[in-house]
Design a protein around this ligand. Structure first.
Ligand code: PMP
Ligand code: GLU
Length: 395
């Protein structure tokens, strides 16, 4: 056997795999509508691109930056926290990483011992569970039921707690459900974590992408006690349309942040210097483009939600944030004779050229995920084809 037990024990990211497959089919000339990956379709704002070009032209390319990020960028991250969280973060409380995904991985690698448990509310973003396993931890799934807007309750997490519970994961707004925990719900969960000395990993990456007047509360802002217990994950990929730049950050307990920087120093060394200069401009520069992109997502959501909801066999809760719809397709599977969601999405791709992500990678085997971070024409055409697929394949 060439490959290690470690790598054989984890899965490839299903979102990236579904996106790669759809893009490959499209490049080979197939008529494919891609609603897979969470990748905003807007160009990165021009002021950010200009800052990166300037960094290249002024030679900011031939050195390693500190493993935890450029001091100027940490200052910008502090401004971000003052603006959106209402508190400051000192340089020791900040690490800038090669994407938020790496920050989450470095966090698990820094705090988990073999067998430590991480409570992950379902449905959950695909990478959390494999990253926990990569750090020799154990994911413990707690079901966020569709009738409770895909959210978990205090009673459910308490029932899942053992003496091995080390971390509670919160992702609000959530990928894939788009649901948001209220301040009251977060206060309960936060106080519970403080009481039992359980760390909170709060992945806030979608906090600025909320719609129709919804408000996001970030758990670390609720009290000093909860904040001390929390490592916050955030990044620029989603709100600034910067997925390809690979800039994320984490803030919190300096001891954990230093441990994460040690891991970065032995793996990525530092996030790309040019991308860090772009990130400084993203945070310090004009924010109106972020608001404009948010408005476009809102318009799409409000247009497509009622259309999707009308399709027979599909039940969908209207999301408040992120840029995904996460319908339950159990009825549609029954009507078309598919007994699992992977066969259903594969057939939809094959027969109608619509690429979605199956829900099982998110811990929800009756659901599919549609990303509306793509243009309206593509989404509306895809909805037409999904309806046709169900109608034409009735058993
Ligand atoms: N968290 C969530 C919930 C996500 O959907 C993503 C998507 N990529 C990430 C973290 C990671 O973002 P990135 O690595 O692009 O910064
Ligand atoms: N988070 C995005 C998604 O869920 C990007 C893909 C990934 O990082 O897995 O589609």
């Amino acid at each position: 056997m060439i490959l290690s037990d470690f790598v054989n024990g984890i899965e490839e990211s299903v979102t990236l795999a579904a996106a790669a497959k759809a893009k490959e089919l499209k490049a080979a000339g197939h008529d494919v509508l891609i609603l897979t990956v969470g990748e905003p379709d807007f160009p990165t704002p021009t002021n950010i691109n200009a800052a990166a070009k300037k960094a290249i032209d002024t030679g900011k390319t031939s050195f390693y930056t500190p493993a935890s990020g450029l001091p100027e960028l940490k200052k910008a991250v502090n401004k971000y926290f003052e603006d959106f969280y209402g508190y400051s973060v000192s340089p020791k409380e900040v690490i800038v990483t090669s994407g938020a995904k790496f920050a989450i991985y470095a966090f698990f690698m820094s705090v988990l011992n073999k067998g430590d448990e991480v409570i992950i509310p379902t449905p959950y973003w695909v990478s959390y569970s494999d990253q926990v396993k990569m750090a020799s931890g154990v994911p413990v799934f707690v079901e966020g039921r569709q009738e409770n807007d895909f959210k978990v309750t205090l009673e459910q997490v308490e029932a899942a707690r053992t003496d091995k519970t080390k971390v509670l994961l919160i992702n609000s707004p959530s990928n894939p459900s788009g649901m948001i925990y209220s301040e009251e719900e977060l206060r309960e969960l936060g106080n519970w974590a403080v009481e039992h000395n359980i760390l909170i990993l709060s992945d806030d990456i979608y906090h600025r992408l909320v719609y129709n007047g919804s408000k996001t509360t970030m758990i670390s802002t609720i009290s000093d006690e909860i904040r001390k217990q929390t490592i916050v994950i955030n990044g620029l990929s989603k709100s600034y349309s910067m997925t390809g730049w690979r800039i994320g950050f984490a803030t919190g307990n300096p001891e954990i942040i230093a441990a994460m920087a040690k891991i970065a120093s032995q793996t990525t060394s530092n996030p790309t210097a040019v991308a860090q200069y772009a990130a400084i401009e993203a945070i310090n520069g004009d924010q109106s483009v972020v608001d404009a992109m948010r408005g476009r997502f809102e318009e799409r959501l409000n247009t497509i939600y009622p259309i999707l909801n009308e399709i027979p066999g599909i039940e969908v809760v209207k999301p408040h944030g992120a840029f995904y719809l996460f319908p339950n397709v159990k009825g549609a599977m029954e009507m078309t004779g598919y007994d699992n969601v992977t066969d259903f999405t594969d057939a939809l791709l094959e027969k109608e050229g619509v690429a979605l992500v199956t829900g099982d990678g998110f811990g929800a085997p009756e659901n599919v995920r549609l990303s509306y971070a793509t243009d309206m024409y593509t989404i509306l055409e895809a909805l037409d084809r999904i309806k046709r697929f169900i109608e034409n394949n009735m058993k």
